[in-house]
Design a protein around this ligand. Structure first.
Ligand code: PGA
Length: 256
């Protein structure tokens, strides 16, 4: 895995299709402003993916989906085929975002199946884990994190040709759906160390070094980003609301 900082924009459904196309075109136009050593991934709404793919084709930006299903084809109404994502031009897929876990009751078992099929389709999974406010207050943070990472990844075969990213996203820190409370970098440092230890327990040492990355997400903006990306085990960020406006998002990328 390349040693670049990875900045992932999760546009959720903040933007409609014309606005997504416009934002993507704007980012593309300004690509020269982006410093070396950054891998930037744009995850537009599912209904905008194909159009945004056309806009970003041949640019410095990679494309990602905000979700996928655990089967490629079949009788699964409204699901997103990982095969189609690959064909559209996606390289990445977010899996197990807390908004999916909360609103659609996604379980660790579902997350596991999605990770497996994503890798099978040469997509890089961005596996989101994170405790909520009450879990943290009742001292269960570490337990929740260890369980989510283990259940998602135990028994998953990550080869030397694969990439996999674990995103630590405490629910209480996510703007909009969570508490929007800024996490202290010290706490993120501690939890990402816990995640790394789980990865060391689950995978071969060389795979952990070369093919797995840990990133942070939750109310990250252009001012706070470097406090997280300077941490030893944090290789990048997953950004929601601060990724919508191209100008400030580019600032965030360059500050990472
Ligand atoms: P936020 O969202 O940056 O708006 O807090 C992050 C996320 O949900 O991935």
């Amino acid at each position: 895995m390349e040693n670049k900082k990875i900045i992932i924009a999760n546009w959720k459904i903040y933007l409609n299709m014309p606005d997504s196309i416009e934002a993507a075109a704007n980012l593309k136009k300004q690509s020269k402003k982006i410093k070396e050593g950054k891998e930037v991934v744009i995850c537009p709404s599912v209904t905008s993916l194909a159009e945004v793919a056309k806009v970003l084709k041949g640019s410095i930006y990679s494309l990602g989906s905000q979700d996928c299903f655990w089967e490629e084809r079949g009788a699964y109404t409204s699901c997103i085929s990982p095969l189609d994502l690959r064909q559209i031009g996606c390289r990445y897929v977010i899996i197990g975002h807390s908004e999916r876990r909360k609103n659609f009751l996604e379980t660790d078992e579902m997350v596991h199946k999605k990770v497996r099929i994503a890798l099978g389709n040469h997509l890089t999974p961005i596996v989101c884990v994170g405790e909520d406010y009450d879990e943290r207050r009742s001292g269960q943070r570490d337990y929740v994190i260890i369980k989510q990472v283990t259940d998602a990844l135990k028994g998953i075969n990550v080869t030397k040709d694969d990439e996999l990213i674990v995103a630590y996203e405490p629910v209480w820190a996510i703007s909009g759906s969570g508490g929007g409370i800024k996490a202290e970098p010290e706490e993120v440092k501690y939890v990402t160390q816990v995640i790394r230890q789980v990865l060391i327990d689950l995978f071969d040492g060389e795979i952990v070094e070369n093919n797995l990355k840990i990133i942070y997400g939750g109310s990250v903006d252009s001012k706070s980003v470097s406090a997280y990306t300077n941490l030893l085990y944090v290789s990048g960020v997953l950004v929601g609301s601060a990724s919508i406006k191209p100008e400030s998002f580019i600032k965030l990328i360059n500050n990472s």
